[in-house]
Design a protein around this ligand. Sequence first.
Ligand SMILES: *[C@@H]1O[C@H](CO)[C@@H](O)[C@H](O)[C@H]1NC(C)=O
Ligand SMILES: *[C@@H]1O[C@H](CO)[C@@H](O)[C@H](O)[C@H]1NC(C)=O
Length: 360
Amino acid sequence: MAQADIALIGLAVMGQNLILNMNDHGFVRRCRDLKAKGILFVGSGVSGGEEGARYGPSLMPGGNKEAWPHIKTIFQGIAAKVGTGEPCCDWVGDEGAGHFVKMVHNGIEYGDMQLICEAYHLMKDVLGMAQDEMAQAFEDWNKTELDSFLIEITANILKFQDTDGKHLLPKIRDSAGQKGTGKWTAISALEYGVPVTLIGEAVFARCLSSLKDERIQASKKLKGPQKFQFDGDKKSFLEDIRKALYASKIISYAQGFMLLRQAATEFGWTLNYGGIALMWRGGCIIRSVFLGKIKDAFDRNPELQNLLLDDFFKSAVENCQAQRDYFGAHTYELLAKPGQFIHTNWTGHGGTVSSSSYNA
Ligand SMILES: *[C@@H]1O[C@H](CO)[C@@H](O)[C@H](O)[C@H]1NC(C)=O
Ligand SMILES: *[C@@H]1O[C@H](CO)[C@@H](O)[C@H](O)[C@H]1NC(C)=O
């Protein structure tokens, strides 16, 4: 064959559906059947929404690798670019690897959004912050390790005013929809026995939010806790929340990459984890400066078993846990003493009471 025939599908959702049936009649069969006919089949994950469609998305192609040299220039040409023009697109792996990676991307997106929601909840209901104050906090956080698309748009959403001059956000029903990609990530995690707990919880949180009528009914019968009156140091508690969000984000991504690693084992894929982090670095919804750090970690050690074992992330998480304990007495667990939650008298004027022994 002088010039390969290449079949492309750009529908991420279609590919993700196939993934779940991959063993019997999905992507594997298509790749093989089409190869026998001289057609190189490629399925590509695409992320970036309408902005990505216009200015360059993140592309995650997988399938028959022989197709890659033929499409590489086109794919990398239209993909988003980061840093010194590095494209957010590379070959992911055999068969449905591209769509699996896109699915995990979406799962991680669910997790990131849930973390932001919980931070917002603490700002609003514990610290009693006004909407513009919260917008300012997210704008400030966008200048830290949390610099990312989702933090940025959260600031913008909080600021956004309706035509009547009032904030739009409080007018929106607190009931989230979902299209299923987070659920598929959680199903895969259960299927392969990987503890992707944070994404799983994020999916359940959306399910819970969508039970709006039931929640309204329940709120009339069940009292719930009294509104909490915070009288501590607001500024340091806010920094506490930021650090907790950062630590949780590290955990979530570590879990996501654990799932990718297990899927690679199950399907015999060779995945380039640093390349995946770079593909997500720009163009897509979870794009962030943070993903550059993940890329660096896999550059330092392509065989890295778990993100938390990389020196950078190890100290980042340690720092955040220490910070959480320093400010909020949320305690931490020593590696040497699992199961014991410890609070240290860091400042010399701290108490012995840890936050888990009273309920805020
Ligand atoms: C967030 O940070 C990026 C640069 O890292 C910047 O382009 C963007 O305008 C910032 N967004 C907000 C809302 O401050
Ligand atoms: C915390 O440390 C300071 C200085 O070492 C000490 O005076 C204080 O008693 C400690 N507080 C508690 C509750 O142990």
